[in-house]
Every structure is written in C-alpha cells, then in structure tokens.
Ligand binder design. Sequence first.
Ligand SMILES: Nc1ncnc2c1ncn2[C@@H]1O[C@H](COP(=O)(O)OP(=O)(O)OP(=O)(O)O)[C@@H](O)[C@H]1O
Length: 327
Amino acid sequence: MIEISGLRKTYRSRQRSVAAVDGVDLSVGEGEVYGVLGRSGAGKSTLLRCVNMLERPDAGTVTVGGVELTRLRRRELRLARHRIGMIHQHFALLSSRTVAGNVAFALEVTGVPRAERRARVAELLELVGLADRADAYPAQLSGGQKQRVGIARALAARPQVLLSDEATSALDPETTDSILRLLLDLNRRLGLTILLITHEMAVVKRICTSAAIMRDGRFVESGAVGDLLQRPGSELARDLFPLEGPTELPGATVVDVTVSGADADAPLIAELARRFDTDVRILGGAVETLAATRAGRWRLALPGGPDENSAALEFLRSRGAGVGVAS
Ligand SMILES: Nc1ncnc2c1ncn2[C@@H]1O[C@H](COP(=O)(O)OP(=O)(O)OP(=O)(O)O)[C@@H](O)[C@H]1O
C-alpha cells in the first residue's frame, strides 16, 4: 500500500545541512500497522511528511495505493492526498469550529454537498465514539476527545492510509490506550493501513504488525514484529520484549529462544528436556500477546558447552524458534 524507495531529504541553511532522511526504503502492506520508532531528531516527522508530500523529497520515490506521488503535479497531488489521512500530536483542530464543524471542514474542501456532509459527519462521530459531543468546541474537550475528532476528520474522505504523527504523545497512559484501541479497531474494521511514528516502544508493542528503528535519517532495523522477535541480536526484539536473567553461567550454554504465533504455546522446553535428557534451566522469560503476535521468549541454560548442545539447538531451530547463543 505504501512503497518508499531511496528516499532522501536534506535541509540546508547557510550554516549547516542536515540529512533528515538519508536513504530510506519502506514497504507497508495493505492493512498493516507499521511503526517507525526513533529518538527526537531521527527524521521520523520528515519521513512521514514525505509520504503525503507535505515535504518534497530530494530523491527517491513514494507510491501510495499504486500511485507514484513523487511524479504528480500540484493539482493531481492535491487529489491524491485525499486518499491519505493524517493525525497529529497536538490535534491541529480549528478552535472556532465545533466538533462537527471540524470534521465537516475536511468534507467542504473536497466539495461534498451539504446534506451528504451532515450524514457523513454523524457517521464519523459515531465511529470514533463522539456522537454526543458534536456541538462542543475543542476547548471543551479532553485530549483524548480532541484526538478522536482528529481521527474522524482524517477519515472523512475515506482514505486508504492513515499517517499518525506521535498521535498519543500528548496523552496520559490511559487515554493513550483508548486511542490505540480505536486505531486498532479502525484498522481491523475498515482495513485501514496505518503508518505511525512514535518514540514510545509501548505504542509499537500494542498495535504494530511491523516496525522499524530510525536513527540519523536511516532505518537501522525493520521487519514484521514476529520476525524481529526471532532475529538473534535484534535491538527491537530486545526492547519490545526484554529478557531478564544472566547471560553467562559457568559450565552452561546460555541461549535466548523466541517463538511466535501458535508455537508460543507449545511445550517446547519440556520436549527439549525430554528428548535430550538435559537439565535445562529457565533463567528468564514470558509468553505475551503483542498487537499481532503471540510470542514466547526464554533465556535458557543448557548444561555443557555450545558443542555439546549443538543437537539441542538444532532441534529448537527445527521447531521454528529463533535461537541466539548468549554465551
Ligand atoms: N524545516 C526544517 N528545516 C531545517 N531542519 C529541519 C527542518 N525540519 C527538521 N529539520 C532537522 O531534521 C532532522 C530530523 O528532524 P525530524 O523532525 O524529522 O525528526 P523527528 O525524529 O521527527 O524528531 P521529533 O520527534 O523531535 O520531531 C533534525 O535534525 C531537525 O533539526
């Protein structure tokens, strides 16, 4: 649904030049929720703004829903942009308009007739759970309610894609959770593809099917959450699903084992102990449900050195587990 290739954007001023996006490739499938994580200044906002061409990239291509936006002229781009909704950290609502007026505004600019507008606004407010606040003004709303208005407005033109720019960063944890639940619900009900940027791992954990870490304008790691978890040494896996316990034990091989999907609930460790008649110890671990994936991660200590345990490690791999030897 979103294909980005070789994307670059450099900001130049007399004193300095900053490569905010420095060669990013990204592919977001239809119906995916893709999270880009990174610290302040990593280039996340610039990347997102290049996706709907609020920012013109210097190089690379951006294709959304099969349309290559980087080739379009201004007028065509304006039309194509209607297929891409966007929500913002600070909501960006019009303070002089009511909730209904803010949502209607998005329809006015696309020339939707008045009667149709009214019905669509009612439908959208129902969708985001704000039907009873249609006549309120933004100043009378909580942060979570304001973001719901932002979401309704972003969905007005029935976009295929929603871009989310730190949409929950200004909200408390409980409200964050309710907004993330709404986004997940919209993703599932409408088949909406979501590309979000955030500095909060919890957001990725809660709703993303795929994720990337961005640093200095580049993706340092990316992939489906289930795959990342199984990738030995993955930074994202470590942060998404931390493992506790020592990484070294005298006389033992310490391994981190990750399984995802239905395998997460299989009695893998029991089978390992039985088959290889080994006194395997669990040093740390858990089974958790992330947005898209049920996953189990364990740090195990197997008696003996790596050579003595090679058959056991091979067995774990043959069962679809990601295996990283810690020591
Ligand atoms: N309009 C601009 N002019 C000059 N430099 C800019 C501009 N916008 C962003 N930058 C610079 O580009 C780099 C990336 O900024 P960007 O806002 O994309 O990062 P970010 O990861 O979204 O950070 P934050 O979470 O703080 O918004 C930063 O060094 C920033 O100072």
